[in-house]
Design a protein around this ligand. Structure first.
Ligand SMILES: [Zn+2]
Length: 287
């Protein structure tokens, strides 16, 4: 297997404006209106130093956050072949091209292996700036192959979820990915290897309905939107007003849907501690 020398575009160069920190020297926090110095935000891992608002991160930054240093990327060359020749207001091919241009990736996923606090792990991180982090054949294939890599090499599996759901431009083929990934996670479970799901803002649709909720531990970032259908659709269906904070991490924790809400700055150490327990590895001195 070749080493992929691949450098996804830095966050600042991505063109999806809605999903990233605004450019410039100063950034206004959308929650507390504090004016933040961009360089401080980098140090604080894109978390507001005043109110802990978590700005969105891209897939490459997620990997940098979790891996110890170098990591090895796999399957970066996989591309969707537009199996249904799908067109809505734009052709799917045009949407793919726009996604590639915006992110420097070929689809909404980066899968890699490396170590996390010296523990061997395989991590797949989803990229929201690529067609809303939607899960199609490439995302499903890349994650499944990374789980199989974890199985072969006895690694823990981590998926950082960030998705609008299944990719409808690939129709039922995208829905098949839910079953495929879930089955691979079942094999991982039978091999007694842990899987941790990290739910970030937003995690919705078919991703929530499959691997996002299948972790031995499901850990969410604070105030992340996590759900299946959107609140408006639910309100129309059940004809009731939804409670305050519905579909946010803290609400889901209270209702027992997820296991933990963890500040991004503690995420790596919390995952490492959990993996050491699950893999029966000796605790470090700091732990
Ligand atoms: Zn703030």
């Amino acid at each position: 297997m070749a080493w992929f020398k691949r450098t996804p575009k830095p966050f600042a160069e991505q063109t999806d404006k809605a999903s990233r920190v605004p450019e410039g020297l100063w950034v206004k926090c959308p929650t507390c209106s504090q004016i933040l110095y961009n360089k401080d935000l980098v140090v604080s891992l894109q978390v507001c130093t005043k109110c802990r608002h978590h700005f969105r991160m891209n897939a490459a930054e997620r990997l940098t956050l979790l891996f110890d240093g170098e990591y090895r990327i796999f399957d970066a060359e996989l591309r969707s072949n537009d199996p249904l020749a799908f067109t809505d207001t734009k052709s799917y091919r045009q949407r793919l091209e726009a996604g590639i241009k915006a992110t420097g990736l070929n689809d909404a996923i980066i899968s890699a292996t490396g170590t996390l606090e010296t523990i061997p792990v395989a991590i797949s991180a989803m990229e929201y700036a690529f067609i809303g982090g939607s899960m199609g054949v490439v995302v499903g294939g890349s994650i499944t192959r990374n789980i199989e890599r974890a199985l072969d090499e006895r690694r823990a599996m981590i998926i950082v979820c960030c998705s609008g759901g299944a990719r409808m431009m690939e129709g039922t083929l995208s829905l098949m990915q839910m079953a495929k990934i879930s089955a691979a996670l079942g094999r991982l479970d039978r091999a007694r290897l842990p899987y941790i799901s990290v739910l970030t803002d937003p995690t919705t649709g078919g991703v929530t309905a499959s691997y996002a909720m299948l972790g031995d531990l499901n850990i969410a970032e604070p105030k992340a939107l996590i759900g299946f259908a959107g609140p408006r659709v639910i309100e129309q269906t059940i004809k009731q007003k939804l409670p305050e904070g519905f579909q946010r991490s803290e609400f889901l924790l209270e209702k027992g849907m997820i296991d933990m809400v963890v500040d991004r700055r503690d995420m790596k150490s919390v995952i490492a501690r959990a993996l050491r327990v699950m893999m029966e590895l000796p605790a470090t001195e700091s732990a």
